[in-house]
Structures are given as structure tokens and as C-alpha cells.
Design a protein around this ligand. Structure first.
Ligand code: TGC
Ligand code: FAD
Length: 387
């Protein structure tokens, strides 16, 4: 019989369209050539590789599902594959693309005025304007409805006060999509980097997502013209719709991280000789490898179905919650097991497992913690809100 692809046992590739395959292969090649050689060091040095932003823009990675405004107009399955390939490199890289695309360009596209779209989207597609998304506050992560940041009307302007915490790209962003309480409910504002009273602070000493920038945002009487308010949405469903798109991508991403870990440990257990034979001759090692392969395959099938539902515009938030929960849990367990199978060698970033393992601690927390997604599924099954 024909040999199976060890990282694609059920031949998902054969179910992709020509365009989807092309997207996966071109981004995959770029990750191999440009990311894998530098990412371990970027993680060690706690640095996001800024010089890669123009290349990511040239590859069409920003706002890739948007039609027009210089964006690639790809389907959501392609977006999922982009996330998967980027996260095979590093979760920080996928984070950068998730935030720029799903959390910043999407709300401008879906809830912005024509002027806002014309002004920001083309520059964001080119990577010339970087966005960040401010929903979480220090006291209110899982429960964003309890946010304290607020915007008060003052003539044609709004005055914004408050702060946001754990914001990806915060310190390098040219614009922040900030969600604030108003008298008419939660609304979104485009806050520009140079607006007086807006400040950011880099978060140091992270042990996870070290190749990504995370910051706090501060608003002290920031005066924002009404033209910078997203006019087409009010209430929590604004930010939650952005999260739905980002979580969709995050359901695909960790498959890449898990594949990178499995590939590394397949090679390592073949070469490593202990007790006079390759490590992979042992039943327990093979059982662990088989289990990883089973879980990756299950996650791949789940992601593919998620993509079909999304492309058919039938995707429900509960389905995204189940997929994000399953696929991040799969990857974090695999990364940890791979770290163990590398022995002492597994504790340095010479090997990829520990970097993915640590990164996935953020991925399992952000965009809704694992518990939050379990409770969303629980609510679907019981009709009872247990938050
Ligand atoms: P509830 O009060 O019932 O609903 C409010 C309104 O929102 C609607 N809605 C959704 N709309 C779109 N997509 C979804 N997923 C939606 N979920 C709810 C809902 O229909 C309602 O609309 P309306 O018209 O009736 O007002 O809120 P809930 O009970 O559904 O939500 C509670 C809960 C806990 C699930 C929600 O608050 C939640 O998801 N909390 C977690 C917060 C979170 O995920 N934060 C993420 C911050 S961003 C981030 O982490 C970026 S990391 C990026 C990176 O680096 O990659
Ligand atoms: P909490 O909500 O305080 O949760 C603490 C613990 O309580 C968790 O284990 C949680 O699962 C559990 N818990 C909460 N509620 C319940 C309940 N009802 N029942 C049982 N258990 C519960 N946010 C943004 O807005 N923009 C960003 O760009 C962004 N980027 C991030 C980047 C990184 C690296 C990280 C780590 C976070 C980022 N976040 C961002 C914030 C992220 O979304 C929040 O950290 C996350 O939503 C959890 O909120 P919290 O940290 O306040 O934890």
C-alpha cells in the first residue's frame, strides 16, 4: 500500500481545493525558510521579528478573507490553513496575524464606516498600519461585560478613560480597536497611537509567547472624534463576533504546533539509541507517537469541518468553542509529551517542543479560557448558564 503522510494520516490535503493547497504550500515554504531558522532565538530574546511584517503583507496574510481594499479575498478554510502553517512556526506569529486580521481588520470591515474602511484597511493589508484589540481589563478577562473603560460624549467627540491589559501588539500598534462602555452599551473606537492621553506599557518577563509583544493600554481623557467610533455595532456582540473569527483561526493554528512537535520527536526517537536500539523500537514510545498522531488527525478533521461550516456561513459559536477547546488541549498535551520524550535535550529551545509547550499556555488562556469554552458547550447541552 502507498505510504501515508505521517503528519496527514487521513490525507486532508486531498480534500482541499487547488487554491487552498497553494496557500498552504506557499505559507508553509515561507515558514520553513524564514521562520524556523530564527524563531528559537527570537523567543529566547523576547523579541517579535518586526522585519518579517512586510513579507507577511506580501504573502497576503493580513485580512486575507476580506474582498477588496488590497486584501486577498480567500475563503475561511484558507485562513485556517494560514494559521496552521504560521503556528507550525510559532504561536506568536499566528497571534500577530490573528490580531491584525480577525480582531482589527474584521471589525473595521464589518462595523466601520466607508471612510474608516478606505482610510485603514489598505494600509493594514500592506502591514504599514499595525492594529491591536483592547477588550480585556486587569480585573475582567473572562467577563468582558464588567469592563470599566468608558467613553463619554462631549460635543462631536468622545472622552475615553480606563485601561486594558494583556494586549497583543499593544506597544507597536498604530491603532487600537478599543471597546468601552457608553450610555448606549459597549461600543468600539479606533484610537490612534499619537492621540494625547493614550499610553502603552510593554509586559516583560513572560515565559510564554516570548516572540510576541504583549502590553497594557492606558487612556487618560483621550479625546476621540465620533468619526473614529465603529458606527455599525453596539453591545458585547461586537467584540464577541471578532472573537468568533479569531477563535476559528486558533482552532486550526495549534495543529501546526503539534505537527512540529511530532515531527521533531519522530526524528529524535529514530536517532536516539538507548539500550542498544533506537528509542522508537519501544512499545511505550510507539504508543505515545500513535496517540499523538490520532489526536492530530482528529483535530485536522474537526478543523476541516469547521472550515466548511464557516465557508457556508453556518458556523455557530458553540461549535467554535468545542473546536478551540479540543484542538488547543490536543496540542498542549502533545507538546508536553514531546518535551518529555526529548529527555534533558527537551528543556532548551534548541528543540521546538518546550517553546510550543510554553506558547500554548497562552493560547489555552486567551480568546476564552478552556473553562469558558467548556461552559459554552455545557450551556448548549443543558440550556443553563453556569458562568
Ligand atoms: P451574552 O451576554 O449572552 O451575549 C452578548 C451578546 O453577544 C452575542 N454573542 C456572540 N456574538 C458573536 N459571536 C459570539 N461568539 C457570541 N457570543 C455571544 C449574543 O448573542 C448577545 O447578543 P445580543 O444581541 O443578544 O446582545 O454573553 P455570553 O453569555 O454569550 O458570553 C459570556 C462569555 C463568558 C461566553 C463571554 O463573555 C466570553 O466569551 N468571555 C471570554 C472573553 C474572551 O474570550 N476574551 C478574549 C479577549 S481577546 C484575546 O484574547 C486576543 S488574543 C489574540 C492573540 O494574540 O491571538
Ligand atoms: P480570569 O478571567 O481571571 O480567569 C482566571 C481563571 O478563572 C481561569 O482559569 C478561568 O478559566 C477561570 N474562570 C473564569 N470564570 C470562570 C467561571 N465562571 N467558572 C469557572 N472558572 C472560571 N485580550 C485582549 O483583549 N486583546 C489581546 O490582544 C489579548 N492578547 C493576549 C495575549 C496573551 C499572551 C495573553 C496571556 C492574554 C491576552 N489577552 C488579550 C487576554 C486574554 O483574553 C485573557 O487573559 C483571558 O480572556 C482570561 O482572562 P483573565 O486573564 O482575566 O483570567
Amino acid at each position: 500500500s502507498a505510504k501515508l503522510d505521517k503528519l496527514d494520516i487521513f490525507n486532508i490535503k486531498s480534500l482541499l481545493s487547488e487554491e487552498e493547497l497553494m496557500v498552504q504550500e506557499s505559507i508553509g515554504r515561507w515558514v520553513d525558510d524564514r521562520i524556523l531558522p530564527i524563531i528559537g532565538l527570537a523567543f529566547d530574546n523576547h523579541e517579535f521579528p518586526m522585519d518579517l511584517i512586510p513579507e507577511m503583507a506580501d504573502l497576503g496574510l493580513f485580512g486575507s478573507t476580506i474582498d477588496g481594499y488590497g486584501c486577498a479575498g480567500l475563503n475561511y478554510t484558507s485562513y485556517g490553513l494560514i494559521c496552521q502553517e504560521l503556528e507550525r512556526g510559532d504561536s506568536g506569529l499566528r497571534s500577530f496575524a490573528s490580531v491584525q486580521s480577525s480582531l482589527c481588520m474584521f471589525p473595521i470591515f464589518a462595523f466601520g464606516s466607508d471612510e474608516q474602511k478606505e482610510r485603514w484597511l489598505p494600509q493594514m493589508a500592506k502591514g504599514e498600519v499595525i492594529g491591536c484589540f483592547g477588550l480585556t481589563e486587569a480585573h475582567a478577562g473572562s467577563d468582558p461585560a464588567s469592563m470599566k473603560t468608558h467613553a463619554k460624549k462631549d460635543g462631536d467627540d468622545w472622552i475615553i478613560n480606563g485601561s486594558k491589559m494583556w494586549i497583543t501588539n499593544g506597544s507597536i500598534a498604530n491603532i487600537a480597536i478599543v471597546w468601552a462602555q457608553t450610555e448606549e452599551g459597549i461600543q468600539g473606537f479606533i484610537i490612534e497611537q499619537d492621540m494625547p492621553g493614550f499610553d502603552t506599557e510593554l509586559i516583560h518577563r513572560k515565559m510564554s509567547l516570548r516572540a510576541s509583544i504583549t502590553s497594557a493600554l492606558f487612556f487618560d481623557d483621550v479625546r476621540v472624534p465620533d468619526a473614529n467610533r465603529l458606527p455599525k455595532v453596539k453591545g458585547l456582540k461586537g467584540p464577541l463576533s471578532c472573537l468568533s473569527n479569531a477563535r476559528y483561526g486558533i482552532s486550526w493554528g495549534p495543529i501546526g504546533a503539534a505537527q512540529a512537535c511530532l515531527q521533531e520527536v519522530l526524528d529524535y526517537t529514530e536517532e536516539r539509541v538507548l539500550f542498544d536500539r533506537s528509542l522508537n523500537c519501544n512499545q511505550i514510545i510507539q504508543q505515545k507517537l500513535a496517540d499523538m498522531s490520532r489526536r492530530i488527525t482528529t483535530a485536522q478533521l474537526l478543523a476541516l469541518r469547521l472550515g466548511q461550516l464557516k465557508d457556508a456561513d453556518q458556523l455557530q459559536p458553540t461549535q467554535i468553542s468545542m473546536a478551540k477547546w479540543n484542538n488547543v488541549r490536543m496540542a498542549i498535551d502533545i507538546a508536553r509529551e514531546c518535551r518529555d520524550m526529548l529527555g534533558g535535550a527537551g528543556i532548551t529551545t534548541e528543540h521546538v517542543a518546550i517553546r510550543h509547550m510554553l506558547n500554548l499556555e497562552s493560547v489555552i488562556t486567551y480568546e476564552g479560557t478552556e473553562t469558558i469554552h467548556q461552559l459554552v458547550v455545557g450551556r448548549e447541552l443543558t440550556g443553563k448558564n453556569a458562568f
